[in-house]
Design a protein around this ligand. Structure first.
Ligand SMILES: Cc1cc2nc3c(=O)[nH]c(=O)nc-3n(C[C@H](O)[C@H](O)[C@H](O)COP(=O)(O)OP(=O)(O)OC[C@H]3O[C@@H](n4cnc5c(N)ncnc54)[C@H](O)[C@@H]3O)c2cc1C
Length: 392
């Protein structure tokens, strides 16, 4: 995998001792904090290079964080600014993850997705999106009303963009498959251990944690990779990173989903998105791999509390958002389903922020702000970490 050289990797520390990283009696090569899709894919790539790797995860099972609360869409890389890590890793990750799913026979749709406009004034915006996607190397086909009707007969549109590379994944099977790969490559998982402190010693990091049964966990590691999702900023802070100075404080941004009754769900064959707004992609329809359709997510910033409840009063807003392009919907067709929380570096109404993937302190690599398209990008992102910090 070649990562575009235009994207500067601005880390100053490049793990100096990577060639010497070898198993020793008391010190492990690499500790990864967080067994989400990002931590597990990075671990796999490092194990393939011959490093000894342990993943420490506070939940008793892998993949229970953001990785289990999202839309399960394999994104093409349409909206991100040109040359951003999000754009590059999404495009590369789309290819790599699709290959992986096909090889392992993990469910993946081949229906593409539609971005629809239902008013004449939407056509210019669709064209802007098409041009931006092209800059990212992503081809979108403009379709007129009749062409759209051939794909999705019930939609009310004046035109749409068709993205053939977008797809829907069976994410739960994918994460289990990745974790099995991690184990079969010799990776070690410490589940139910919450990392509570990271202390630099002269040559390594002392990683301390709390086990779910109250026990104390302690390990010395030459390198620590922080892929702690919603808590990645707090973990960096534990190690001594000044979040305020580095502008690395995460903002939590929730997204709620509603379900669509089966009778209406069968009218939709692929993800259908409206035009995006400043903070998100707009309330869209996503059929999962079994044909059940989710509406959402919406986008709103919250206090840092893992509260996944969904306010049923939002039905009105969800209904009004999709009714213009999906006329068959009735309010009684939708019900609260689930929610997820995005770890955003972007502040409310703030400017675009890219993934932060840096060696912020010697031997500490932080992955902060790994929001969407984190699932899509995962394998490409893992290879980016290896090529940036563990190669000559
Ligand atoms: C609403 C929503 C929709 C999305 N839709 C899509 C989509 O359609 N397509 C796409 O590509 N991406 C999507 N994403 C983004 C994607 O889900 C994330 O980028 C990805 O799952 C991040 O994975 P992760 O491994 O970084 O985080 P996580 O899966 O959260 O993993 C981090 C892990 O770290 C653990 N942890 C945290 N603190 C500690 C600690 N102190 N000690 C030990 N362990 C710790 C957590 O328990 C967790 O398991 C969406 C995200 C959201 C919220």
């Amino acid at each position: 995998l070649q990562v575009d050289e235009n994207v500067e990797n601005s880390n100053n520390f490049l793990i100096p001792h990577f060639m010497e990283l070898k198993m020793s009696e008391n010190t492990i090569d690499i500790t990864i904090v967080g067994a989400g899709i990002v931590g597990v894919t990075i671990a796999i790539e490092l194990l393939k290079k011959g490093f000894e790797v342990i993943i420490i995860e506070k939940e008793v099972r892998w993949g229970r964080g953001i990785s289990s609360r999202n839309s399960e869409v394999l994104h093409a890389g349409i909206y991100y600014p040109e040359n951003s890590l999000k754009a590059i890793l999404c495009r590369q990750g789309n290819i790599l993850l699709r290959e992986y799913c096909e090889k392992r026979e993990i469910g993946i749709s081949n229906s593409g997705k539609l971005i629809v406009g239902w008013e004449k004034s939407h056509l210019n915006r669709l064209e802007e999106i098409r041009v931006n996607a092209l800059k990212n190397g992503v081809y979108l086909k403009f379709m007129n009303k009749d062409e759209v009707a051939e794909l999705e007969p019930v939609l009310n549109v004046v035109g749409a963009l068709f993205s053939p590379q977008s797809a829907v994944l069976d994410l739960s099977t994918l994460i289990h498959s990745l974790y099995r790969d991690f184990e079969s490559l010799g990776g070690m998982g410490a589940m139910g251990v919450e990392v509570t402190s990271l202390e630099k010693t002269s040559t390594a990091w002392m990683v301390r944690g709390k086990e779910s049964d109250g026990g104390v966990f302690e390990l010395e590691s030459k390198v620590v990779i922080n892929s702690g999702g919603l808590y990645s900023d707090s973990i960096a802070k534990m190690a001594g990173v000044d979040l305020k100075r580095e502008d690395l404080e995460l903002n939590w941004c929730k997204g709620d989903y509603f379900s669509l009754v089966a009778e209406k769900a069968k009218l939709i064959k692929r993800p259908i998105y409206p035009l995006p707004d400043k903070n998100g992609l707009g309330i869209h329809f996503t059929p999962d791999i079994n044909g059940q359709v989710k509406l959402g997510p919406d986008t709103y910033y919250i206090e840092k509390e893992e509260n996944y409840s969904v306010n049923p009063e939002k039905i009105e807003y969800f209904f009004e958002s999709v009714k213009p392009f999906f006329p068959p919907i009735e309010k009684s067709d939708i019900a609260p389903l689930m929610s997820g929380i995005r770890p955003k570096l972007q502040k409310p109404n703030g400017v675009f922020r890219d993934f932060h993937i840096e060696e912020d302190l010697p031997g500490l690599i932080n992955l902060i702000g790994i929001e969407s398209p984190g699932v899509t990008a995962s394998i490409a992102l893992a290879r980016f970490v290896v090529s940036s910090f563990f190669s000559c």
